[in-house]
Design a protein around this ligand. Structure first.
Ligand code: ZN
Ligand code: ZN
Ligand code: ZN
Length: 386
């Protein structure tokens, strides 16, 4: 099976420890090269036009770390060379300017009340030096590359960390230093970086369901100023779920949008409105309807144990409809529960919902503002990462 060119050993170390390309060395075992990982002698397979030229271990061993080591050394050399030999070297990362209404804005808690832009710098304007394997100033680690200013030593340096399979440890990344962590998968990745500069990957805007993917970027910036809380002109319409309870006991639960300054009660006739700051409404309605009942005690069929899913999956029916002699679907009035002797709530389910509370950030607009604990406007969730 022919391996993909990205996974071929195309560079190796020569006698003096320099990284050299397979096409720049003598043929076969006259190449005088060594494996960058295990240091065994190599042969250069750099003849012919059919197969991609590459190095192989003279002993025939399959060396697991050869390519990883090659990419790591090559990245350090090529990026350093690109930085030093060009008049411009760009870095670019995502910058988020959040709502000034930091204390009250609920949207901010799930990162929606902000404007995002790309920040670009030609770092050659601030730095003139780049060295390999220099220890950090404040922690006992080495960096792959340290970019710094020889004329302005007070400027905090930028450290570059390249990895092929293992990301840097957290102590390094959260040490307060300016660090860019860069995942390298092929020689081509390295050439791209050398040519275009170091550009942070776009973050995924995929909601809560894909949190794992959201955290993965092949280029990540740490310790750079990439956010503020000074944005007073955000006009973005942000999605949330609105639940409304009316005097009749009827309810609505639907997807709504507004910007954070216009978040308000929407219906003059409503008793209770809960704005849940998530765009994922799944299973929320089952929770908020109990909160409405606990507050106002208005019976409605949607709260009743006897109001069940229809077999066909088409909406809900009262399973006592024959006995009660009421219509099955059409003209069915869920407010009839107010006078129905069979109205019954699943107490166990209601208690567990009320005890757990709403996990999502939410804002409550209530007709008779009370001091009940679940109705405080700053109800913080039990488990939600910031
Ligand atoms: Zn090897
Ligand atoms: Zn806001
Ligand atoms: Zn590294």
């Amino acid at each position: 099976m022919q391996k993909h060119s990205a996974y071929r050993l195309t560079y190796a170390l020569n006698e003096t420890g320099q990284l050299v390309n397979v096409d720049k060395v003598p043929v076969g075992n006259k190449c005088g090269c060594f494996c960058p990982a295990c240091k065994e002698p190599l042969i250069a397979k750099n003849q012919g036009t059919k197969r991609m030229h590459h190095f192989a271990h003279l002993s025939g061993t399959e060396c697991d770390y050869a390519i990883e080591s090659m990419l790591h050394i090559l990245a350090k050399e090529k990026i350093r060379e690109a930085f030093l030999s060009n008049s411009e070297f760009w870095i670019e990362f995502e910058y988020k300017s959040y709502c000034t209404n930091f204390a009250y804005c609920k949207f901010i808690h799930y990162s929606d009340c902000c404007e995002s832009k790309r920040q670009r710098f030609n770092i050659k304007r601030f730095y003139d030096s780049c060295e390999q394997e220099i220890p950090y100033d404040n922690i006992n680690r080495r960096s792959d590359l340290k970019i710094f200013s020889s004329t302005h030593p007070e400027r905090s340096p930028i450290y570059l960390e390249f990895f092929v399979t293992h990301a840097s440890d957290l102590e390094k990344l959260h040490s307060g230093n300016k660090i860019v962590e860069i995942c390298i998968e092929s020689v081509n990745d390295i050439l791209q970086l050398a040519e275009n500069g170091i550009i942070e990957s776009n973050s995924y805007d995929s909601g809560d369901y894909y949190e794992l993917e959201k955290d993965f970027r092949s280029v990540s910036f740490y310790g750079f100023k990439n956010m503020d809380y000074g944005n007073s002109h955000i006009s973005t319409e942000i999605e949330f779920v609105r639940y409304i309870l009316y005097q009749s006991g009827k309810t609505q639960c639907f997807q709504d949008v507004c910007n954070c300054k216009r978040l308000a009660k929407s219906k003059a006739s409503s008793l209770l409105e809960i704005c849940i700051h998530t765009s994922v409404s799944f299973a929320l309605y089952e929770q908020v309807r109990y909160i409405g009942y606990q507050k106002f005690n208005i019976p409605n069929c949607i709260l009743c144990k006897n109001y069940v899913d229809n077999y066909s999956g088409m909406g809900k029916i009262c399973r006592l409809y024959k006995h009660l002699q009421i219509p099955r679907y059409e003209n069915f009035d869920t407010a009839r529960a107010k006078t129905c002797h069979y109205f019954a709530i699943d107490q166990k389910e209601m208690q567990s919902v009320l005890q757990n509370g709403l996990k999502e950030y939410h804002t409550i607009f209530c007709e008779q503002q009370s001091t009940d604990d679940i109705f405080t406007l700053q109800n913080e969730p039990h488990s939600h990462k910031d």
